[in-house]
Design a protein around this ligand. Structure first.
Ligand SMILES: *Cc1c(COP(=O)(O)O)cnc(C)c1O
Length: 411
């Protein structure tokens, strides 16, 4: 509502608020600028009201002007769960999980996609597209359905079937693209340029989408009674969720509503960790060569847009944060622990923050009383095959005799 322009974060060139993607001078990432001077001094309750369903409660900080363009399915407003059982088991009781599985499509992507689709409506597009590892495709399909837009999505060939089914059922045209996520990214870009579709890919390409990710910060601010947690651990693909969450807290700081900023932790899978590698080796991000992980939602090799990763590394450093990789085995163990101890069923990528937390605790980087928030970004039903692999589910004949073999009577 108070957006004034787009600006290149690399060279500073300004653009109007239309369908620009990267800077035409230097290919830098574009970011929405706000009139913070007009916001300063408004009461906190008005700027940052308590969460209820719907990210559009925070429209002061979102780049869509007319209420009639806002396309909502009551995304956001997700609970912050005190994970006391798991916290006790890990030896760190101030552990909180923001349960993003409660979003309309079952993943946090509804936050950026709601903003992207609203912007497409405001700009008068009739077709929207995205390149997605699956959750963005499912999300775009439902918001496009609600808005009455044509929806064409590009996904890697190995995308979990539940995500593809969600998008197909909501009426999207789903195109599977051979190879890893970066191939889909390139093809969606080429198609949107050729056919004049709005590209709502949730990396840093579309400058409106990652504004939606900021709403995680406004909600946490309210849920923690006007403060920030000490640490936020975020499963990271290209990184706009991490960047947007950090930006939301910085805005609150800039408006005088918050003095302490959280430390940001990116977690990636060992089989696709371009950002973690760059952070550890203190060098620019290089595209990841051979993607191989069960955490498909964060398997982004960043090929062709490596600088997105550099922005994320800078954001982590600025927050005095960390970047951690977890193996597939560690991630699946975390999926099971969240489900068994907290009743929270998430997909592999979304459990990775718990794996990262264990490592940070082991290294003594997180102190005893520090509040840790893990973002549980996607629902377990989106990729149930991964979590049940290697588990036996018995089949018995009806009647107690068949059941006796299972020894369930012995506690
Ligand atoms: C997209 C996605 C992420 C990563 O988000 P980025 O903003 O691309 O870093 C993490 N978890 C899940 C479940 C996702 O779908």
């Amino acid at each position: 509502m108070f957006e004034v322009a787009l600006q290149c974060i690399a060279c500073g060139k300004s653009f109007d608020l239309r369908d620009h993607y990267l800077c035409d001078r230097c290919q830098g990432i574009l970011e929405v600028q706000y009139d913070y001077a007009s916001l300063k001094g408004k009461p906190a309750e008005q700027l940052v009201p308590a969460p209820a369903a719907g990210i559009w409660r925070y429209q002061s900080f979102l780049p869509v002007h007319s209420e009639s363009s806002m396309v909502t399915l009551y995304e956001g407003g997700t609970p912050l769960v005190h994970a006391a059982n798991l916290g006790r088991a890990l030896g760190h009781e101030p552990l909180y999980c923001k349960d993003e599985t409660r979003n309309p499509s079952g993943a946090f992507k509804d936050r950026p996609i709601s903003v992207g689709v609203s912007k497409a409506v405001e700009l008068g597009f009739d077709t929207v597209t995205t390149a997605s590892s699956g959750n963005g495709a499912a999300s775009l399909s439902i918001y496009a359905a609600k808005a009455g837009l044509r929806c064409i999505v590009f996904v890697p060939e190995k995308t979990p079937m539940a995500k593809v089914a969600h998008a197909v059922t909501a009426g999207a045209t789903v195109v599977r693209v051979r190879g890893d996520y970066s191939n889909s990214y390139a093809l969606a870009g080429a198609a949107s340029a050729r056919y004049r579709w709005m590209n709502i890919t949730t990396t840093f390409l579309n400058p409106y989408t990652f504004e939606g990710d900021k709403t995680v910060a406004y909600e946490l601010y309210r849920q923690l009674e006007g403060s920030a947690p000490d640490w936020i651990i975020i499963p990271t693909g290209a990184g706009p969720l991490l960047y947007g969450t950090c930006k939301g807290f910085e805005e609150l700081n800039r408006l005088g509503l918050l003095d302490k900023l959280p430390r940001m932790v990116a977690v990636q899978a060992e089989g696709c960790q371009p950002i973690v590698r760059a952070f550890e080796k203190n060098r620019p991000v290089a595209a990841w060569e051979a993607v191989d992980t069960v955490a498909s939602a964060i398997a982004d090799p960043l090929r062709g847009y490596e600088k997105d990763g550099d922005l994320v590394v800078r954001t982590i450093r600025k927050s005095n944060g960390q970047a951690v990789a977890a193996s597939d085995a560690e991630i699946i163990e975390s999926v099971r622990e969240l489900a068994e101890r907290e009743g929270l069923f998430v997909e592999p990528a979304a459990a990775a923050p718990i794996s990262a937390l264990k490592k940070l605790l082991q290294k003594g980087l997180i102190r005893q009383n520090e509040k840790v928030v893990c973002l549980l970004t996607g629902h377990g039903l989106k990729d149930p095959q991964s979590s049940i692999r290697g588990r036996e589910v018995p089949l018995v004949d009806p009647g107690i005799e068949g059941l006796e073999k299972l020894n369930l009577g012995n506690r």
